[in-house]
Design a protein around this ligand. Structure first.
Ligand code: KG4
Ligand code: ZN
Length: 339
């Protein structure tokens, strides 16, 4: 079954064609980054307008890359939320129009479920139970997927999302948007133990996170050194910030897996592309005897293939969305979608 996946929840206009939920035939991302970069972050109104410009050419490119036409497409999966309302609406409207015009079934997909399902494109269909750390620009949560199709959010950030913390610190030190990959690169030359930044909620026994204090501590440290006329070793600051964030994320994820007797851990979302997170999570999982799944960075950041994969899982269970499907910026994660 060939599924067309459409993703427009934030600032990537993405379309992909995926066969049977696991084989990527095309995964095209029409990036809007140049339009947002002058503003240092995503501007929702610009994003929505850019999706209108970019979606049809992105869909065409995906079909050409897959050597397919709409006749070959068996179903359409689209991100229905959570995300920016203007951005979501463009994808949902396009999916409805295509479903109607080509008489294809359509399924609305939760963006976070899409991030989790990205792993099946690389490792094959997921075998719950598993624990997933979802870390992106807008979300930071730990979820438990159980074998019966239940999906429970074990904990989440109480303030900033992980990607938001990366992006805000990068912006403060003058690095371009998105800051996550920039900090990741810079940190590779730095000493992660140079500054002992706070590890909030590290030992509180919950699966929640708090990152705004860490962000403030980093900015305060930079200002203090600037005021004291000290040299500012940016690579050390970046590495120390990243270490504090990664350490808590890894400890909580491994604790969640142990506490729930789960032997598979996966990381999902844009920040799952972070090299230090992957390295330390991989090592901690190896020590704890856990299977660790980290999709290739291109599948971690927003893409259409993950939406096609999650959509296929639900289509295989007989689910369909009606043509009155609405975009929901606050869509809550419900149910587990392994077929
Ligand atoms: O999942 P995603 O593409 O979009 C959302 O759903 O938010 O995540 C984007 C976020 C941005 O904040 C970006 O800076 C961050 O992921 N990111 C990274 C890395 N690559 C992307 N953060 C840390 N290290 C990276 N290598
Ligand atoms: Zn995302």
């Amino acid at each position: 079954m060939l599924v067309l996946g459409i993703e427009t929840s934030c600032d990537e206009t993405a379309a992909a064609l995926v066969e049977d939920g696991v084989t990527v035939r095309a995964n095209v991302i029409g990036s809007q980054i140049d339009r947002h970069r002058p503003f240092g972050g995503v501007v929702p109104e610009i994003a929505a307008r850019a999706h209108v410009d970019l979606l049809l050419p992105t869909l065409d490119r995906a079909l050409v890359e897959a050597g397919a036409t709409y006749r070959d497409v068996d179903a359409i999966a689209v991100t229905a939320g959570p995300g920016l309302i203007g951005s979501l609406l463009v994808g949902v409207a396009a999916a409805k129009a295509l479903a109607l015009a080509h008489d294809k079934p359509m399924i609305g997909v939760n963006h976070l479920e899409g991030h989790v399902c990205a792993a099946q494109l690389e490792f094959g269909l997921l075998q719950p139970p598993l624990v997933a750390l979802i870390v992106s620009g807008g979300h930071t949560s730990l979820v438990l997927g159980d074998a019966d199709g239940g999906l429970t959010t074990l904990g989440a950030t109480l303030d900033d999302a992980a990607g938001e913390a990366f992006d805000k610190i990068a912006r403060f030190i003058g690095l371009p948007y998105p800051g996550g990959p920039e900090i990741d690169r810079l940190a590779q030359q730095g000493d992660p133990d140079a500054v002992a930044f706070p590890r909030a909620l590290a030992h509180d026994g919950t699966y929640d996170f708090s990152l705004s204090g860490l962000k403030t501590a980093v900015i305060r440290e930079l200002r203090r050194r600037q005021a004291a006329g000290e040299s500012i070793p940016l690579a050390d600051i970046a590495a120390s910030f990243q270490e504090a964030l990664v350490e808590v994320a890894v400890a909580k994820t491994v604790a969640a897996a142990n506490d729930h007797d789960v032997d598979t851990v996966l990381v999902a979302g844009g920040v799952a592309a972070n090299s230090r997170l992957r390295e330390r999570m991989g090592a901690a999982c190896a020590d704890a005897g856990l299977r660790f799944l980290a999709p290739t960075p291109l599948l971690c950041t927003d893409n259409g293939a993950m939406i096609a994969a999650a959509g296929w899982n639900r289509l295989m269970k007989g689910e369909r969305s009606a043509l009155d499907l609405s975009a929901d910026p606050g869509l809550v994660l419900q149910g587990w979608s392994t077929p």
